[in-house]
Design a binder for this molecule. Structure first.
Ligand code: SF4
Length: 374
């Protein structure tokens, strides 16, 4: 069953009262439960839950330790192309962003150089990223990049344009383990307003992409909404709904959620629904209580001091020492267009020290294919 039918049953008009009309009693009721429903999630996202952030944090910490222990996995983004034919108004790679820096696609030898540089830093998990330029950055090229990266890393995931089930199967054959694909906004009218050109502008095709990936044998699915595009409580309710849908229909895959937040955007786009630090914390805590066994990823989009505070609140994977431009680790400098500015500029070693100081074990390698059933 497609997520399209599930989300159709939970329109905004049904979800909004869950966080707008929730009371302190609803929040306490949700906090006392082990298995939360959508009404509970709505209550935890409400204004009524603001005075309960401390007990929510304690429970989130407890649940995360129960399901994940005291470990935080480390991963690095690996941009292999910044070509893009899509026009997403919030993105620096957009074909109409007006940015004049170089656009490049790394040839196999340069992908190897990036892999070598990241492997030297100690990484065992990488996330390969591209824009959406399927004619130039083809499915076959991405599959080749996955195969190259697999020579260096035990875990290779992609964050690329949405593709068909057969293409995800090709990626899996090349060694792919995970697919990160954010819906950006689940609110259909806003989706249309911010995705003006390219295949990404087709809402329904993107909505079902994670499920296609799961059905194709992708072992890790990562989802999320780009916070700031639309009302954050609404988006996180849909993220929760999507996660539950994938847990049910792609049960062979593990699931994680990311919380990308719009901080820096191109001049032509103003963030309409900026999400403050306290709202982001509340959103993460609420979703941790709703999805206790789901991983939470935290990227270097967020500032170092804020990331450090989030570590005990449910985070299970962090990027560090990131570059958002192709060739950014080994060969290319500022002449090449980056997707967005990194906030946390610390080296992987510095982030490792912070993780240890918080009482967690940094994990460079969290999986080996030898564990796969034969
Ligand atoms: S979000 Fe992705 S598809 Fe959209 S403009 Fe940026 S790189 Fe291209």
């Amino acid at each position: 069953m497609s997520f399209k039918s599930t989300i159709a049953a939970w329109p905004e008009s049904r979800l909004q009262p869950l966080y707008e009309e929730a009371t302190a009693a609803d929040v306490e009721h949700a906090l006392a439960k082990d298995e939360l429903g959508m009404a509970d999630l709505g209550a935890l996202l409400s204004t009524a839950a603001k005075p309960y952030l401390e007990p929510m944090a304690q429970k989130a910490n407890r649940l995360t330790r129960w399901h994940f222990g005291r470990t935080i996995s480390l991963y690095a983004p690996l941009y292999i192309s910044n070509l893009c034919a899509a026009d997403c108004v919030y993105c620096g790679f957009s074909v109409r962003s007006g940015n004049k820096e170089k656009r490049i696609t790394l040839k196999p030898d340069l992908i190897r150089k990036e892999c070598e540089a990241l492997a030297r830093m100690g990484y065992q998990n990488v996330l390969i990223l591209t824009g959406e330029a399927p004619k130039a950055v083809t499915v076959d090229y991405i599959a080749e990049a996955i195969a190259i990266a697999r020579e260096y890393f035990s875990g290779v995931s992609v964050e690329v344009y949405a593709v068909d089930e057969a293409d995800y199967e090709l990626f899996v054959e090349a060694g792919l383990e995970g697919v990160t694909l954010y819906m950006e906004t689940y609110h259909r009218p806003t989706y249309g307003q911010v995705h003006l050109e390219g295949e990404k502008s087709v809402y329904d095709y993107r909505l079902d992409a994670s499920e296609r990936a799961g059905k194709s044998g992708v072992r890790n699915l990562s989802i999320g909404a780009l916070l700031g595009l639309y009302q954050w409580q609404q988006e996180l309710l849909w993220v929760g709904l999507h996660a539950r849908h994938l847990q049910k229909h792609c049960w062979q895959s593990s699931l994680s959620v990311s919380f990308p937040r719009l901080l820096h955007t191109p001049e032509r786009f103003e963030v309409r629904d900026f999400v403050g630090d306290s709202d982001l914390v509340q959103g993460m805590l609420a979703l941790r209580l709703f999805l206790p066994e789901v991983g939470f990823n935290l990227s270097t989009r967020e500032a170092a001091s804020f990331r450090d505070k989030l570590i005990p609140l449910g985070v299970t994977a962090m990027s560090a020492g990131s570059s958002t431009r192709p060739g950014g680790y080994a060969t290319r400098g500022k002449e090449v267009l980056e997707q967005f500015e990194i906030e946390d500029l610390r080296s992987p070693e510095e982030v490792v020290q912070v993780i240890r100081a918080a009482g967690y074990d940094p994990v460079w390698k969290d999986y080996d294919r030898a564990f796969d059933p034969v």
